[in-house]
Design a protein around this ligand. Structure first.
Ligand code: C2O
Ligand code: CU
Ligand code: CU
Length: 509
């Protein structure tokens, strides 16, 4: 373990945020617009932003261009790709007159995209400069429990955590990384601690799709957020409700609520990697002209075949990849409809307006993108996991997973190479939950007794469980065991997760 090289003794969060509040006075969009241009934030951090800086920032914001998170370059250390991430705090003005404390990796909001290949040896050097404890979990990545970044992998303020692994995903997919501490996941994700982790593989399906990051392969990190009167971000489900809370839809950190950002590509075909990084809201994406578009991946891999859809419901933590074929002179606007955890509609926004200058001819998408072999469940262990709530106490099988002692005492135990079939029962009558399990992706067996269709035929690691409904999934626990570190399984409404809807799972030899 090494300590932060960034500063000798980091000031406490609130103190630093006050300093930043004075420094960044040009509005959220300006601050956010700058974030992605690869400029150093040293000036703001020192509280010495110049007039020239703020002018340039404002100009960036005025164009209303979709910001694209930077692609993080790894350094090679004897065949190991080393990615350096630093979690740090910042501030932005999302609502005029209110200063909002934020956080990000290598910047003050969200984090860079990391891109790895199946089989690659990687190390993530994560330095915590937040002024409080954190963890970083690689959502969807098949890694050993000790490298998973769950609640047992805490990184003290000022410390660096350096998990090392070989990518054994076996799928091309869009994953993401975010904090996973006990009781503070929602707080830290809300501040902006989230980034994408793209896994490439050598498959023909992946090769047939656009892969030029930022050119025709575009991330869309979607966040439904709320700003309180004091400027803080909402971190409870109740906090979204009052009229004094200002709701904002952020896409790659840009407020689409204030204006729909534009994306002009030089290609006719674009691949969009959608992530719902909201705490608890469900986002339905559609074209504003209601035309169909093509889904090519669910959250844990490419679909067997391109799927024509007219809308796409993405629950918190989920990813989906879509492809649009554009024609010069045409603008395609994607709109997002945002719903609460009880499925009440909050609002619809124009999320991004996409046009092309390209005249290249796109080949047809291949009829087959992936081969998905049905998991054999002969001899599988069956379990029932009941998700329930009583007020703001959220449980799985009656257990409130809010302390490591409880997680240890109540963890599920399985063995290496075991196949399991889990019936996930949502016994809440009005609240939607969405279930996520670490380590390995799963296949859907049934939803409310019916066989899965569409994207639910693909690999998943997160799935919505509607009220009073049972979803059956199956998975196989390959490659990794431990006798000390657990994986987690939980509701990915991270507010429910913090309120106890989480259990540990230990895979032993
Ligand atoms: Cu996205 Cu347990 O996490
Ligand atoms: Cu996860
Ligand atoms: Cu839930």
């Amino acid at each position: 373990m090494t300590t932060s090289k960034h500063r000798e003794s980091p000031p406490a969060g609130p103190t630093r945020r006050r300093v930043l509040a004075g420094a960044v006075g040009v509005g959220a969009l300006a601050a956010l617009g700058r974030l992605w241009m690869g400029e150093s934030f040293a000036a703001e951090e020192d509280g010495t932003a110049t007039e020239a800086d703020t002018t340039a920032a404002a100009a960036t914001a005025a164009t209303g261009t979709l910001p694209i998170p930077e692609l993080l370059t790894a350094t090679d250390e004897n065949g190991v790709s080393v990615f350096a991430l630093e979690a740090m705090t910042g501030a932005a003005t999302l609502v005029s007159g209110r200063t909002t404390a934020t956080a990000g990796y290598n910047g003050t909001l969200l984090g860079p995209t990391m891109r790895v290949a199946d089989g690659e040896n990687v190390r993530f050097d994560v330095t915590n400069s937040l002024g409080e404890e954190t963890t970083v979990h690689w959502h969807g990545l098949h890694v050993a429990p000790s490298n998973d970044g769950g609640p047992q992998n805490t990184i003290a303020d000022g410390a660096t955590w350096s998990p090392r692994t070989t990518i054994k995903q076996g799928e091309a997919c869009t994953l993401w990384y975010h904090p996973h501490g006990l009781g503070n996941t929602a707080d830290q994700v809300a501040l902006g601690l989230a980034g994408l982790l793209i896994v490439d593989d050598g498959s023909a399906g992946n090769a047939a799709l656009p892969t030029a990051y930022g050119a025709d392969d575009i991330p869309l990190i979607m966040q439904s957020t709320g700003v309180l009167t004091g400027g803080g971000l909402v971190t409870t489900n109740a906090g979204f409700g009052p009229s004094t809370t200002t709701l904002k839809f952020l896409v790659n950190g840009f407020s689409a609520t204030d204006s729909t950002p534009t994306l002009v590509t030089a290609y006719r075909r674009v691949r969009l990697r959608l992530l719902n990084a909201s705490l608890s809201d469900v986002i339905t994406v559609a074209r504003s002209d209601s035309a169909s578009f093509t889904q090519v991946a669910s959250d844990a891999g490419l679909l067997a075949a391109p799927l024509s859809v007219t809308s796409l419901r993405v629950t918190p933590g989920e990813r989906a990849e879509i492809v649009l074929d554009l024609t010069a002179g045409e603008t395609v606007t994607l709109r997002s409809t945002v719903r609460s955890s009880t499925n009440g509609t909050r609002y619809t926004v124009g999320m991004v307006a996409i046009s092309t200058t390209g005249t290249d001819a796109s080949a047809d998408l291949p009829a087959t993108l992936n081969t998905i072999t049905d998991l054999d469940t002969a001899g599988a262990t069956a379990r029932t996991l009941t998700l329930a709530n009583s007020g703001n106490t959220f449980t799985i099988n009656g257990i409130v997973g809010t302390s490591l002692a409880t997680m240890n005492a109540s963890m599920l135990m399985t063995t290496l190479d075991a196949t399991e079939v889990w019936s996930i029962v949502n016994s809440s009558t009005t609240i939607y939950h969405n279930f996520h399990v670490h380590d390995v992706p799963f296949q859907v067996v049934s939803i409310g007794g019916a066989a899965p269709t569409g994207a639910n035929l693909g690999w998943r690691d997160t799935i919505e469980i509607p009220p009073s409904t049972t979803v059956v999934i199956k998975m196989k626990f390959t490659d990794y065991t431990d006798s000390e570190y657990m994986y987690m399984l939980h509701c990915h409404n991270v507010i429910h997760e913090d309120d106890g809807m989480m259990l540990g799972l230990m895979v032993t030899d």
